[in-house]
Each structure stands twice: as C-alpha cells, then as structure tokens.
Design a protein around this ligand. Sequence first.
Ligand code: PTJ
Length: 294
Amino acid sequence: MELLEEEIIEKYQNDALQIREAIEAYQKGEYLTIDEYINKGKDNKGKDNKRKNMKISKSHPRYESLKTREKLVAGFKEGYVAINGLLAQGRGECFDYLLNEKTQNFALEAERAAVALLLLSKSPVISVNGNVAALCSREICKLAKILKCSVETNLFYWTKEREEIIEKILKKIYDNILTEKTKKIPNMDSKRADVSEYFYNADVVLVPLEDGDRAGALVKMGKKVIAIDLNPMSHTSQNATISIADNIVRAIPNMITFAMAMKNLSRDELEEIVKSFNNKKNLMDAINFIKGKI
Ligand code: PTJ
C-alpha cells in the first residue's frame, strides 16, 4: 500500500466510507478533504443542490423507512449524526425487514416491562446518541418527562461539537439534561465510558442503539439496563436486563403510551409486571421469529 493511502486511513480513522471514497478520489487524482467530502453536494451558498428534488411518495411501500433515513441524513448534514450512524441504521433496517417492520408481541411485552422498571426506578437515565437524537429527540424527552428521567448524551464517535449540538437540541425540549461528564464506567476504553456522576450512580438506564461493551459493563456495575436494538443477537441485547427488539421510531411512542397508562399503578403492580417478564425467553421469541422469516 502506498504511503498516502496509509495517511488517508490514519486521517479518517474509523470512517470506512470516507476512507474508500478518499482512496478512490486519490487514485483518480482528486483527493478530498473531510469538509470537501461533506460539502460536495452543496452549492457555493451552502445550499443543498444535489437532493432538493428528492420527494418521497406516501404510497411508496417503504415510506416510513425512507422517511427515517432522511432524518438521519439531515442530522448528518447538521453535523451531529456520525457518518457511521448511517451504516448503523442500515444494520438495523436489515433486522427490521425480518420483523415485518412492525412491533411484534414480544417487543410490546418488553416495552411494557421496561416502562414498569423505569417507573420503579429511583434514579433513571435515558442515554442519547446521534442516531437517537435525529430519530426521536422529541419523543425521548416526552417519555423522560412522564417517567421523571434524566437524559444524557453519550457518543461512541465522540466530538465536542457533536455532543454540544445534541445537548442544545435536547435542552430546547427538556430541562433535565445532564452535561457534566466527571465519572468513568470501569473496564471500558472508548469515550462511551464518560458519564455524569448521576448516571454513574443511576439504578436503571435506557441505552438505545448502541452495540458493544457498555451494556455488559453497566450490568457489572449493578445497574438494570434497558436496550432498544433491532438485533436480538447484538452484544447489547444479549447483555441487557430488558432487551427491546423493535425500531426506536416505534418503541419510544409505544413506551409513551404505556407510561401514560401505567404511571398511577402501585409499586406492587409494577413489580409484578417486571417479575413476570422473562428476558431470555423474550429474546428467543425474537430470534425464532426472525428464523421463521428466513
Ligand atoms: O452517535 P454515536 O457516535 O454514539 O454513534 C451512534 C452509532 C449508532 C453509530 C453507534 O452507537 C454504533 O456504531 O452503533 P452500532 O455498534 O452500529 O450498533 C447500533 C445497533 O443499533 C445495531 O445493533 C443496530 O441493529 C441497531 N439499530 C440501528 N438502527 C436502529 C437500531 N435499533 C433500533 N432502531 C433503529 N432505528
């Protein structure tokens, strides 16, 4: 491999798409900087001239899914969705297709149990990354308000700029946003380890759309972890206390409905809902459903 290609890989780090485009551009003699790459669909006034005629027809069979993609692309252009967030959505879509792009009964049960656990919690926190912010900031804040949860950003592809944009979006909607990252989750190397003291001490945390080592590390700290991940086989789904195999754009509105209906239940009733939920069985139901589709 030529030295410049190594430099490109070094420069773009984890961004496989940017690496490939940059190497191809370099081979054609037109090497792009990150800013040029991001702005190349814009005219000289910064307006998007590449996609402005793109309209999604409501009659399209995958209208909802295409609309969801557009939200992520908009978040990417606004600078707070990581480019890898677009890849993550593709990963999720593949599983959503196998789940008939619908909330299945096992997901609904997990959503109900998750709401019960959050209502029982003394110090619940909802974690928000770039994808979550683009797909459902408003709904996350609505759920947090009903359940009296704090909300905190947590980014895998961390940059100060992205963190600040997401915090600004959330603060416009909700007043309980935690921003001081003074603690580290033990035994974790990535930036995902950085959390507020409140998160560090939280008893229940909702961590949507993140796969890796954090859910396991949080469980080891003694926390109850709720995951939302379309892939029931992901590390996060497998490690969580309650794993919701559903698209976040459906899961959070369902949880809002449950929260409104359940917020006046007694602790005994909520405990009964949590006790009767079996996460291992629920995950197997999700995996068997997917198997049945293949
Ligand atoms: O904003 P950042 O920097 O924190 O980055 C966010 C992403 C999502 C890019 C980052 O957390 C990441 O790389 O995540 P992974 O490891 O790709 O895991 C994301 C998981 O979420 C995968 O298991 C997907 O199946 C799942 N997923 C993707 N989109 C959805 C989803 N689950 C539910 N609803 C979705 N819309």
